[in-house]
Design a protein around this ligand. Structure first.
Ligand SMILES: Nc1ncnc2c1ncn2[C@@H]1O[C@H](COP(=O)(O)OP(=O)(O)OP(=O)(O)O)[C@@H](O)[C@H]1O
Ligand SMILES: [Mg+2]
Length: 334
């Protein structure tokens, strides 16, 4: 029995794909966006947004990118998928994303090119902003110093670029590698797990957008989803998605706590998940020898990025990371 038919849904409500249509504008997301947007608008240097695994950081980064009008911002989102990247690679990437044509392999010349490009953006009345997702993977002092160097590209009384780091709380440890960069953090926000109440709103919101009746899950079932997911949106999706499938199999009109407990236990969740264990599997997922970058907002682009991501995740065995990076650059989204 297909859960979409059985529960009269027009589409999957709990897909873990980053679909902007399903965006849930929680109070804390709103607050985080307001704070980060202020740093971007006022060109205050560096903003940091941290959260545990699956808390919604990437979702928020995309939302922010989509909200920056192209006529006011030269904006780019850079996703780091490998902890071994070098400061030189990063600088070249940032320059490229901001529109430096033919970035020089020679450092001083590249900085000069970047400075000129930032001036150009400034003179056109726009603001340069680079969002960095999975920023906890930037782990060397050299890289942190590079960011500081770029932030120091200024004209009198005016900064020329803003960075926003999104990532796991480890970002803070990495920032400490360069205390002067740490001092340039203008705002730091944390995405906490959803509360029980926001978990309920989140579930209802997604079901409504998928065209379904919000009472598919009874209230005890939702409390149980909250307990097993600990308020992590990704886990809420996974549990609810499995529960819909199981519920349709046994033709349960309403999903109750028994179904939630069964699917959660099958997923290996015990209602008090161990963040350490999950962080290990997260690292495994991200130990992919490649780096992906994207620029500029658009739903289509977000989809392409996900496809690239999946493509990378699907790969195993022998492959040449440099070649793959070239491949990605060739198909790069502009
Ligand atoms: N505000 C939101 N509205 C709707 N769905 C969300 C929201 N936040 C998170 N999600 C859902 O949870 C999933 C995981 O979120 P996301 O990928 O943004 O988390 P993350 O913090 O970046 O995770 P990771 O630590 O693994 O990088 C998303 O694919 C999305 O389906
Ligand atoms: Mg993420």
């Amino acid at each position: 029995m297909n859960p979409l038919n059985f529960y009269h849904l027009e589409q999957e409500p709990f897909s873990n794909a980053p679909v902007s249509r399903f965006y849930y504008d929680s109070h804390q997301n709103q607050m985080a966006l307001v704070r980060v947007e202020r740093v971007i608008k006022e060109m205050k240097g560096l903003a940091v947004l941290i959260g545990e695994i699956g808390a919604g950081k990437t979702t928020l980064a995309r939302k922010l990118l989509d909200s920056l009008p192209e006529e006011e911002y030269e904006a780019a989102l850079l996703v780091i998928i490998h902890s071994g990247i070098t400061a030189d690679w990063l600088l070249r990437r940032i320059a490229q994303q901001l529109g430096v044509e033919d970035p020089s392999p020679e450092k001083l010349r590249l900085l000069n090119q970047l400075y000129r490009r930032l001036l150009e953006i400034h003179e056109s009345g726009r603001k340069a902003v680079v969002l960095i997702d999975e920023a906890q993977m930037l782990q060397t002092r050299e890289i942190m110093e590079e960011f500081r160097g770029v932030l120091n590209l200024e004209i009198p009384e005016k900064k020329l670029i803003t960075f926003v780091f999104f990532g796991l709380p480890d970002i803070e440890k990495n920032l400490k590698l360069d205390p002067p960069l740490l001092q340039r953090v203008a705002v730091k926000c944390r995405l906490n797990p959803l509360t029980e109440e926001s978990t309920r709103e989140y579930i209802h919101h997604r079901i409504r957008l998928a065209g379904g009746n919000k009472d598919i899950f009874d209230l005890d079932a939702i409390s149980s989803i909250y307990r097993f997911s600990q308020g992590s949106p990704r886990l809420i999706n996974t549990i609810a998605d499995n529960a819909l499938f199981e519920g349709a199999l046994v033709q349960a009109k309403t999903i109750n706590v028994d179904i939630i407990e069964r699917v959660s236990k099958d997923l290996g969740l015990d209602g008090a998940y161990d963040p350490i264990e999950i962080s290990i599997s997260h690292d495994l997922n991200t130990q992919i020898e490649a780096q992906v970058q994207v620029a500029k907002p658009s739903a289509e682009r977000a989809k392409e990025v996900t496809d690239e991501h999946n493509y990378l995740r699907d790969l195993d065995g022998d492959f040449d990371p440099e070649q793959m990076i070239d491949d990605i650059e060739d198909t790069s989204i502009k």
